[in-house]
Design a protein around this ligand. Structure first.
Ligand code: CP
Ligand code: NVA
Length: 303
């Protein structure tokens, strides 16, 4: 593995499979309450410029279970890029802490943080991507399907940070990936182009919520307005109205389909209570697997 965990595209296919396998192993150990003190006497700095439930709780719980100490640093503690230069923060924090997890706005800031940090940096979400999420997602799909071969994942909604990490996963893991989004809300052009140039996967970007979902093994959605965009919520609600993942849409795949959402969900907007609570919804397995996927990432970075 690279020194840092910043993007899915930085991993090889072999490393992705190794992370999935390590995550399964650590999940069993965690569930059996086994001792696994890989991070004894080590500390993790968790820098959050944005809110979080899953990321904060799973990183802190995981690092603590593995024998270490995790520090929560919220938006008012560090003021990354405001109170002090990022390159100064990187050098100071990495003298105290063995690993840094950061959730930041600007993707360039996490690159800068990693560039100047002596300790491994894990990307806990930026405006551009969310690689820890997608490692948890693929682990979850793997647990629910015998194999990752011939997978068709259809993402419905805003072409956002989660989609960019999925597009990067398609560079390594062959699959069909469809993004069904309103016009004007497609994912980043360069990321799509890179994914489409890779002929091992099939990438479809469409604005058709009826035909686009056909044949999908997984329908995945996320909020229509990400953190930092909430002032656009009202306007987007109208533009995204046909893109709600409801039971009708799931039926239109024409096959047995799993429903996924990175959470937090805004029930009644991008999806419904009925879908969230359905038998085919695996959103809570997905949330649980954040813990195990990230434990694997942190162990792999230090092994
Ligand atoms: N999915 C996810 O990253 O959740 P949080 O924003 O609550 O951390
Ligand atoms: N796209 C969402 C993901 C939250 C986990 C956001 O960035 O707010």
């Amino acid at each position: 593995m690279d020194k840092h965990f910043l993007h899915i595209k930085d991993l090889s296919l072999e490393e992705i499979h190794e992370l999935i396998s390590l995550a399964k192993d650590l999940k069993t150990k965690f569930q059996n309450k086994e001792d696994f003190k890989h991070f004894h006497n080590k500390s993790l700095a968790m820098i959050f410029a944005k809110p979080s439930a899953r990321t904060r709780i799973s990183f802190e719980t995981g690092f603590t279970w593995m024998g270490g100490h995790a520090l929560f640093l919220g938006p008012n503690d560090i003021g990354i890029g405001k109170r002090e230069a990022i390159k100064d923060i990187a050098r100071v924090v990495s003298r105290y802490n063995d690993m840094i997890m950061a959730r930041l706005f600007d993707h360039a800031h996490i690159i800068e943080l990693a560039k100047h940090s002596d300790s491994p940096v894990v990307n806990g979400l930026t405006d551009y991507n969310h690689p820890c999420q997608v490692m948890a997602d693929i682990l979850t799909i793997n647990e629910h399907r015998d194999s990752l071969d011939n997978l068709h994942v259809c993402y419905v909604g805003d072409g956002n940070n989660v989609v960019h990490s999925w597009l990067q996963l398609t560079l390594r893991l062959p699959m069909k990936f469809t993004c069904v989004c309103p016009e004007g809300f497609s994912p980043d052009e360069d990321t799509v182009k890179l994914a489409q140039e890779n002929t091992n996967s099939e990438i479809v970007i469409t604005h058709d919520p009826i035909g686009g979902v056909k044949g999908a093994d997984v329908i995945y959605t996320d909020v229509w307005t990400s953190m930092g965009q909430k002032e656009e919520a009202e306007e987007r609600e109208k533009l995204f109205a046909d893109f709600q993942v409801n039971n009708d849409m799931i039926t239109r795949t024409g096959k047995e389909t799993l429903f996924m959402h990175c959470l937090p969900a805004e029930r009644g907007r991008e999806t419904t209570d009925e879908v969230m609570e359905a038998d085919y919804s695996i959103v809570f397995d997905q949330a649980e697997n954040r813990l195990h996927a990230q434990n694997a990432i942190m162990v792999a970075l230090t092994s």
